[in-house]
Write a protein that binds this ligand. Structure first.
Ligand SMILES: Cc1cc2nc3c(=O)[nH]c(=O)nc-3n(C[C@H](O)[C@H](O)[C@H](O)COP(=O)(O)OP(=O)(O)OC[C@H]3O[C@@H](n4cnc5c(N)ncnc54)[C@H](O)[C@@H]3O)c2cc1C
Length: 456
């Protein structure tokens, strides 16, 4: 049988680029096809943060961490998962993955020591200093270029080539008809299905209707192709949401504004839930209460958020409004001023410890709100889905009976995630990129070693 390439990587985000580099460095030929006209996908939009337990960067910073501790953290918020072994595997390989990113890929990422992040009991995230995923993607692209790995943009995979149950490459549409690329191994790195409303409705109904806030490539092809050939799916109800996307600006209102003691009200000027559920978990609650919500915070919170570049950009574009008192702020958003004043007063009483919060919130950040006040109209957003093809510890796609589908690998958003079985509360910061880079790398390494074994 003749092949065009040893390993075909579909999708050029963090997962596909990791897979391609790992396979190439193991001595096999690799090609990457990317549907959109530029590589990067959701990885470009992310903050580029990858968690690792017991990385040498943590040790250098005097931090004592372990995969066991990370597993306990991840499962502490995920509670239930279809695949505990995968969560364990990701925790175990996290340190070598981040060190590989730095040492082999040349990624300019550093351990973030200034703060821990959602779901982590210790400083564990490694990210570009800029916190821009595009910088991480640029480092990947430089590594791809240095290795002269072919990367074809504007080449959408339309389907897999499958013969006698073995995956042998893919059918690709470059805009002038469909052609076949035959490969010994095919790696699905096409992300999840958050940009496909029908699949979101089917698998994550609680967040269906929220605006999708990721890159446009995530249409769920991996799920569709996988189902056709008997692949198993796992954790399909899990996703990451964002409770406060500034409307109509479309950029994120920093969650610092809420975490540090801000609140959210609906169009009736009333609060509707415990905002300390977090930006992902609270997205569903915002969606359920109505079309828009309004964030309210004050000057001391503004000053903290002002240290974040993206927040100040939103301020410059007029997404955040300022008023000396609550009545004036309410008028700016067409809200009932008397009701908003009542809500803020009740919130402040709880923040001062005088009464219990009606929704059970116990952390009020910097304390009771006082003028001048700031406000922002927001809608909930969906970032990415966290369920997908069930894979083994080396990213091989599995059938319902647990046996691997020959020739097929998946990672990142195309594969089952580590953020719990369903909902948004199980997403710990960095879960998306960890499964992208770690499973991508493992897919590349395993594909190359299977090819070498077959040739021996
Ligand atoms: C705003 C935002 C912030 C985030 N911040 C973080 C963070 O800090 N840390 C973290 O861990 N996660 C974060 N995430 C999630 C993270 O970005 C994703 O989980 C991760 O990037 C997924 O990587 P991937 O390689 O699987 O997918 P992607 O990076 O999306 O790459 C998939 C690629 O496949 C291409 N593709 C799709 N279909 C096809 C096809 N049929 N043929 C060919 N190519 C195709 C796509 O166009 C895309 O380029 C964030 C997400 C968003 C939206």
């Amino acid at each position: 049988m003749s092949f065009d390439v040893d390993v075909l990587v579909t999708g050029a985000g963090a997962c596909g680029l990791s897979a391609a580099i790992a396979a190439h460095d193991s001595g096999v030929s690799v090609a990457i096809v990317e549907k959109r006209d530029r590589p990067g996908g959701n990885s470009s939009l992310s903050t580029g943060s990858v968690p690792a337990a017991n990385s040498r960067f943590q040790r250098e910073a005097g931090l004592v961490d372990s995969p066991e501790k990370m597993l306990a953290d991840l499962m502490g918020i995920a509670k239930e998962t279809d695949d505990l072994a995968l969560v364990q595997r990701m925790a175990e390989v996290s340190a070598e993955t981040v060190e590989w990113l730095v040492d082999t890929v040349g990624a300019k990422i550093v351990l973030i020591t200034a703060y821990k992040h959602i779901g982590h009991s210790i400083q564990r995230l490694h990210a570009p200093v800029s916190r821009r995923g595009q910088d991480l993607v640029n480092d990947f692209l430089a590594a791809i270029e240095k290795r002269e790995i072919p990367l074809a943009v504007g080449n959408a995979v339309e389907d897999l080539i499958v013969e006698n149950g073995v995956v042998l490459g893919a059918k690709v549409n470059a805009g002038e008809g469909v052609f076949e690329i035959r490969a010994r191994k095919t790696i699905l790195a096409v992300n999840g299905f958050a940009a496909d409303p029908a699949l979101v409705k089917q698998y994550c109904p609680e967040i269906a209707g929220a605006r999708y806030f990721g890159a446009q490539g995530s249409h769920g092809e991996a799920v569709r192709w996988g189902l056709k050939i008997g692949a198993a799916l796992a954790n399909m109800g899990a996703y990451q949401g964002y409770a406060a996307v500034a409307y109509p600006h479309g950029s994120l209102l920093s969650w610092t504004t809420i975490e540090k003691g801000g609140l959210l009200v609906g169009a009736d000027a009333k609060r509707f839930g415990d905002e300390s559920l977090g930006y992902s978990g609270f997205a569903r609650v915002v969606l359920e209460q109505g079309e828009y919500a309004f964030a309210v915070f004050d000057k001391k919170i503004f000053d903290v958020a002002a240290q974040e570049e993206e927040f100040m950009e939103l301020v410059r574009y007029g997404g955040v409004k300022k008023a000396d008192d609550i009545a004036a702020l309410a008028a700016m958003f067409d809200l009932d001023g008397a009701e908003l004043a009542r809500q803020v007063e009740a919130f402040n009483r709880s923040a001062r410890g005088e009464t219990k919060d009606a929704f059970g919130r116990s952390n009020f950040g910097l304390g009771a709100l006082e003028g001048p006040f700031y406000g922002c109209r927001v809608v909930p957003g969906l970032f990415h889905t966290q369920g997908g093809l069930r894979v083994d510890g080396n990213a091989r796609v599995l059938r319902q009976d647990g046996t691997p589908i020959p020739g097929l690998f998946a990672g990142g958003g195309a594969a089952a995630g580590i953020s719990g079985k369903a909902g948004a509360l199980g997403y710990a910061s960095g879960n998306g990129l960890l499964t992208a880079v770690a499973l991508g790398r493992l897919a590349g390494l395993t594909a190359a070693s299977e090819i070498a074994r077959a040739a021996a």
